[in-house]
Design a protein. Structure first.
Lengths: 393, 379
């Protein structure tokens, strides 16, 4: 076992350093892929369906991937925090640290042909869908090499080739879109599903129920995932919702409540959900998760919740810590190796930031591009109609 | 989410000389002279304020609005304030202290559901109450658009005056803020100006805001009140502490001139004022009008001014095509065609979604306005 871990450490090290600039999330380590099972932290609670088993099949390789990816995400969000404070990132920035397990677990259960659509807390989902750190940071800083060419910013990350439909600023608006994606998948007879993510605040939007009804009526392979971090901006869930049991809100649509801080539980739930959606139509997953930061960078996050609560969750339910414990318990890596990985991620993220900083701002002519389809020839009028008139490219 | 940083992005020609603004406010005289611009002062001739003569206090926009809400709830027991996060004071602090003073039955938070908020407000108003609904950002008002257009605006009309929701006032912060991006900077006033049955009111300063908001709340028609978020902290003025109202549908000439008329509303007026001052140096005398109420708007005041100057320029942050400047332009051409010396100029936002990094290019800045003034005068 020791030889195995030594080997895995060396390989991990080598991969990381050679791919410093294009640090995708590593999906393939040479560590052991022999499956073994791990129990989730708590059993699943279900509504109108049979919950999946608590025993999740995983492997050393997968757990190491989880650790690597979550460490990268955590570092990225913390780096984004300091970039925002030093005014390199402007506008709005909603950080995902604490919720990494949802992104990671979901990705482990699905393929790139399945679609994910989410709200504005999208940096880590972008990464898990295959986005690079450089693209992420460049977009955050509004540079040309960002994933949306610098025109979207923090709230609008997209990745078409891996089915990541973004990145939406208006609360709840992405859910009907997600249902539409599912319809297209069903119509095209693909065996793929769509995950529409939203928060506990958005759960009270009317359009969600419209979308749910349509999905159920037409048996669409749609999975609505409520990332319940218990606070809609500054409002606790019990203040905004008569029934904060979001997984039950589907009524005739079955639901599952999942410990969203346990990547393995998330993986199991998403796997179950995908199978269900392809056979029986929509399902609601409620991920019980938590964000350490405030709603956005303008929110200190401590006026509506106690610091004790935040540090309590950090101590007891942190997703990275949980995976670390599992890894150590199964002797997949040593504590030092894991710490080294985290240190190395720090370096990787810093390098990505440096590279992103080199990217220039988009050209001013980009202000007018992509309003309509290229070549549509619509006239845009500038500030003074006589002087400035452009035909939109 | 509180806007802790309100400032314009660098590299823009739309700068703000905050010192100049606040010192010009130290003056509490109410007469306007040709050379001075008391943009943030209401002249006594154009107000029918009940008060305005008592003690004043220096305060910013959100404090003025807060005072107006306190007065509104105090003076009428069946007035309610509700919206997302209003309980603790709101993301812009406009509703501070209301819940503590008037209780959670009258000042309460709603869940995240704009359509629900406005629909609920219409119902509340239909029962004869004064419902003051807050939409957290004007960018989020669209789910409620159906309720405003189809329910609020037409209720009195289609019920033959049996019912009405005149007690409804919808407040929403609008406008650019320097870094707001697509969804925290929009100016959607034009969409609502197309709806007979509602009123759209936009104040330019703290003193205006307090008086206009009280008028809106007490007006027996549903009103959409857009507050320029950029001015929440930045605009500081002497505001009377008592209960006073400013008339709706009355525009105000805030700077007199003879060569060209400029019409605007909200935060844009400050930019236009700067352009006027610059134009003055080139010998162009500009008359600046604050429209205040966009619908029903005061055509007479603008017409009288254009008949005097013969030239008109309208400026707003919203995109130019289909913006409210188009309506003003068309109406004035109808009324003053033979008097016009030059085509009516519109200096507005570009026809793109409100951009993220390109905000300085998108905005109708002082220099763009100045160029248009000169082009119009030299036509």
């Amino acid at each position: 076992m020791a030889a195995l871990t030594r080997r895995s450490y060396n390989l991990v090290n080598r991969i990381s350093t050679t791919h410093a600039y294009t640090s995708h999330l590593h999906r393939s380590f040479s560590t052991d892929t022999t499956p073994f099972t791990v129990e989730t932290s708590i059993p699943f609670t279900s509504h109108n369906c049979e919950p999946p088993s608590r025993s999740v099949e995983t492997s050393a390789a997968e757990l190491m991937t989880f650790f690597h990816d979550m460490a990268t995400m955590r570092r990225m969000e913390i780096a984004a925090d300091s970039l925002y404070k030093s005014k390199l990132i402007r506008g709005f920035c909603h950080l995902y640290d604490g919720q990494e397990a949802v992104a990671i677990g979901m990705e482990a259960a699905i393929t790139k042909k399945d679609s994910i659509i989410t709200a504005y807390r999208d940096h880590c989902i972008f990464l898990s869908r295959g986005g690079t750190l450089v693209e992420a940071f460049a977009e955050l800083m509004g540079r040309k090499d960002g994933c949306s060419k610098g025109k979207g910013g923090s709230m609008h990350f997209y990745k078409k080739d891996s089915g990541f439909y973004g990145g939406h600023g208006i609360v709840g608006a992405q859910v009907p879109l997600g249902i539409g994606l599912a319809f297209a998948q069903k119509y095209n007879k693909e065996d793929h599903v769509s995950f529409a993510l939203y928060g506990d605040g958005a759960a009270n939007q009317g359009q969600l129920f419209e979308a749910l009804n349509m999905a159920a009526l037409w048996d669409l392979p749609a999975i609505l995932v409520c990332e319940n971090n218990h606070y809609g901006m500054g409002t606790a869930e019990w203040r905004a919702a008569k029934s904060p049991a979001y997984y039950k809100r589907g009524d005739y649509v079955p639901g599952l409540k999942v410990d969203g801080m346990d990547a393995l539980a998330v993986k199991q739930a998403c796997k179950f959900a995908k199978e269900h959606a392809l056979k029986n139509g929509p399902l609601i997953l409620e991920m019980d998760t938590y964000r350490y930061h405030g709603h956005s960078m303008s929110d200190p996050g401590s006026t509506y919740r106690t610091r004790d609560e935040i540090s309590g969750i950090r101590q007891e339910r942190d997703p990275i810590e949980r995976i670390r414990k599992v890894i150590l318990a199964h002797d997949i890596a040593t504590e030092k190796e894991l710490k080294d990985i985290e240190k190395e991620k720090r370096k990787v993220v810093d390098e990505a930031i440096a590279k992103a900083k080199e990217s220039p701002m988009p050209d001013p002519s980009e202000l007018f591009t992509n309003v309509y389809v290229k070549g549509f020839g619509v006239e845009a009028c500038g500030a003074d109609r006589k002087e400035v008139k452009a035909v939109l490219p | 989410m509180a806007m802790t940083k309100i400032g314009r992005s660098s590299g823009t020609s739309r700068f703000f000389n905050i010192c100049r603004w606040t010192t010009s406010l130290a003056n509490t005289t109410t007469t306007t002279t040709r050379d001075e611009t008391k943009i943030l002062h209401t002249t006594t001739t154009s107000t029918s304020s009940k008060g305005g003569g008592g003690t004043t206090k220096s305060m910013n926009l959100f404090t003025a609005i807060n005072q107006a809400l306190h007065i509104a709830l105090d003076s009428h027991p069946r007035t309610y304030v509700f919206g997302e996060d209003v309980g603790f004071g709101g993301v812009f602090r406009c509703t501070t202290g209301l819940a503590d003073r008037f209780g959670k039955q009258r000042v309460f938070n709603t869940p995240l559901c704009e359509q629900g908020i406005v629909g609920f407000g219409i119902g509340l108003a239909a029962m004869g109450n004064r419902a003051i609904a807050e939409i957290q950002f004007a960018d989020y008002i669209y789910p409620a658009f159906d309720q405003i257009v189809n329910e609020a605006a037409k209720f009195r009309y289609r019920s033959g005056n049996q019912f009405n929701c005149g007690g409804l006032t919808i407040r929403a912060p609008y406008g650019a803020v320097g870094h707001g991006g697509h969804y925290h900077s929009q100016s959607p006033e034009a969409f609502f100006c197309h709806v007979p049955g509602i009123k759209v009111v936009i104040p330019r300063s703290p003193r205006e805001a307090k008086g206009l908001l009280l008028s809106c709340i007490r007006d027996p028609n549903p009103v959409v009140f857009f507050e320029p978020k950029w001015l929440y902290r930045l605009a500081v003025e002497e505001v009377p502490e008592d209960d006073y109202m400013l008339p709706l549908s009355q525009a105000e000439v805030i700077r007199e001139g003879s060569d060209i008329t400029l019409v605007g509303w909200g935060a844009q007026l400050a930019v236009m004022e700067q352009a006027c001052a610059d134009a003055q140096k080139d010998g162009i005398s500009c008359e600046l009008i604050d429209l205040k109420t966009l619908i029903p708007w005061d055509k007479e005041t603008v017409e009288a001014s254009v008949k005097k100057t013969g030239r008109l320029l309208i400026s707003h942050e919203a995109p130019v095509t289909g913006g409210f400047a188009a309506e003003i332009s068309a109406s004035l051409v109808e009324r003053c065609f033979l008097r016009l010396e030059a085509p009516i100029a519109r200096v507005c936002g570009l026809d793109t979604p409100f951009p993220l990094v390109f905000e300085p290019f998108y905005m109708p800045t002082k220099n763009k306005i100045l160029d248009a003034i000169k082009a119009t005068v030299n036509y």
